[in-house]
Design a binder for this molecule. Structure first.
Ligand SMILES: [Zn+2]
Length: 496
């Protein structure tokens, strides 16, 4: 099979990668704008200029229209859509989920996709809606897996193409895991997490986190992951942090038809906008009223263009955040734009322990961005390290004084949310973190937890930790440490 994927930069579980297809490279993470071959609102050529390396269209729509079918067979997809980059073709699974039945078999539609020159082919899977009964959802997963095994048998026919394996399982975590694990064994080029659109439509981002992570943790790391139908820019950074590399967007045009304007913070009704909060070519040339009054087709085209500009700027911001090691910060900002996204973030940090092994251990900065920062992968990693750590030299000292203390060979500075850390590491990541001077309770609690781990560990080894602080400086962490520990002549012992 074709489809070589190379990861060039990582942050948390997000990554920048290069996917090679027979019609060229796709730099991930990225969105593939959906092209409806029956109604092209923005030309694929224009999409390329806005930032689309690749596009996606529906082979089932082409197949079921005699006119389009003949044209696609004669000209090939690339000429028909006037796009010379990679083209992914969906199979009709979405139609299956909406209409309940389609009149074609998976092998047949795959061969049609190849015939018309698709670069990335998707079989027909069984999309299972959220909250489906476990037995039914399991059966659907088994049928999808059976089709994937069939595809393996005919894979020689598809040697230069990239084949996609859809992952299903409804909202059942164990079924998503099974679907991902079993499909993962079959060595497909791309894995696609399916049937999340109903979750997105109902703002069930917290469930989206469960579905994506239980799939992702069980998929091969050297393959790109596509999140089917996640086309709103407000969720891109969250999905990228969880390890999704590809998105398809019909949202840009569907929202435009509905007179809605996409931003990274949510959706606006055009009729309610007096100002455009954007400076893309559309928003700098027109006012909301001018767009509103420009006639239905032109209005849809202008809104669709803005929606695409907004989507691709967000993709660029995400990539730069990965380069800077600041993806956590970006996701924390984005997830504050809607309480349901904040739920997603709070659910996400429950998985920090598992995500930690993916997160690079060196970055340049850690910016404290609210209470969720206390559960970031870096904080969890340090807690684990501290639990296993043994202090070599005694006496050791924890202090908030930033001066050399010659009597002590081992000095720990105290800083939330990490708590005590060796003073030599003060300038290094993540202890060089930027934190607010006005501490919140959570960061004090997290740091105090680590102080207690250190003191307890050493006490169990028969060693003691000394403690020094400046009385004149009202350090809330010191107040907390004093509340929980006995501080006598610099000696620090736990009260309980
Ligand atoms: Zn704009």
């Amino acid at each position: 099979m074709g489809g070589d994927f190379e990861v060039i930069k990582k942050d948390v579980m997000g990554r920048i990668g290069i996917l090679r297809t027979k019609s060229g490279k796709i730099e991930t993470p990225t969105i593939l704008p959906v092209i409806n071959p029956k109604n092209i609102v923005v030309s694929p050529r224009k999409m390329k200029r806005i930032g689309a390396d690749a596009v996606i269209t529906n082979s089932y729509i082409i197949y079921s229209s005699p006119k389009l079918k003949e044209r696609a067979r004669k000209e090939g997809l690339h000429k028909m859509l006037q796009f010379d980059g990679p083209i992914m073709t969906d199979s009709g699974s979405f139609q299956l989920s909406v209409y309940g039945d389609i009149d074609i078999e998976s092998k047949e539609i795959l061969r049609f996709q190849r015939e018309i020159g698709s670069d990335i082919c998707v079989p027909i899977d069984i999309p299972t809606k959220p909250d489906e009964k476990w037995d039914k959802a399991k059966k659907d997963v088994e049928i999808t897996l059976e089709r994937l095994r069939e595809m393996k048998e005919i894979k020689r026919e598809f040697e230069d193409l990239s084949l996609v394996a859809p992952i299903q399982g409804s909202t059942h975590k164990d079924l998503r895991e099974m679907s991902a694990r079993e499909a993962g064994k079959l060595d497909f080029d791309i894995y696609a997490i399916g049937a999340v659109v109903p979750l997105l439509e109902e703002y069930r981002y917290r469930d989206l986190v469960d579905v994506v992570l239980h799939s992702k943790f069980n998929l091969p790391l050297n393959r790109p992951v596509h999140l089917f139908g996640a086309g709103h820019p407000m969720t891109f950074s969250l999905a990228v942090l969880m390890g999704c590399d590809l998105f398809d967007s019909a949202a840009y045009v569907l929202y435009a038809m509905d007179k809605r304007y996409l931003t990274v913070n949510g959706t606006h009704k055009l009729s309610e906008l007096r100002y455009f909060p954007c400076n893309c070519p559309v928003c700098s040339e027109y006012s909301p009223r001018e767009v509103m009054e420009s006639g239905e087709d032109e209005r849809t085209r202008l809104l669709a263009l803005h929606n695409l500009y907004e989507s691709f700027s967000e993709i660029k911001r995400i990539k730069q955040a990965i380069v800077d090691g600041r993806l956590w910060e970006l996701v924390q900002i984005r997830c504050r734009s809607h309480p349901r996204l904040l739920d997603a973030l709070r659910n996400l940090i429950r998985y920090s322990g598992e995500m930690e092994r993916f997160d690079p251990s060196t970055k340049s900065a850690f910016f404290y961005g609210g209470i969720e920062s206390n559960e970031r992968t870096e904080v969890l990693r340090y807690r684990r390290k501290l639990e296993a750590m043994e202090i070599k030299k005694t006496p050791a000292l924890i202090t908030t004084l930033n001066r050399e203390l010659e009597d002590f060979e081992e000095v720990y500075y105290l800083k939330p949310p990490f708590g005590p850390f060796p003073k030599e590491l003060e300038e290094t990541y993540p202890f060089n973190c930027e934190t607010p001077d006005i501490f919140d309770e959570e960061m004090v609690k997290t740091a105090l937890g680590n102080v207690i781990i250190l003191i307890e560990n050493e006490k169990n080894r028969g060693k003691e930790i000394l403690f020094e602080y400046d009385e004149r400086y009202n350090h809330p962490l010191i107040e907390e440490v004093k509340r929980y520990t006995e501080v006598k002549k610099g000696r620090c012992d736990l009260k309980c």
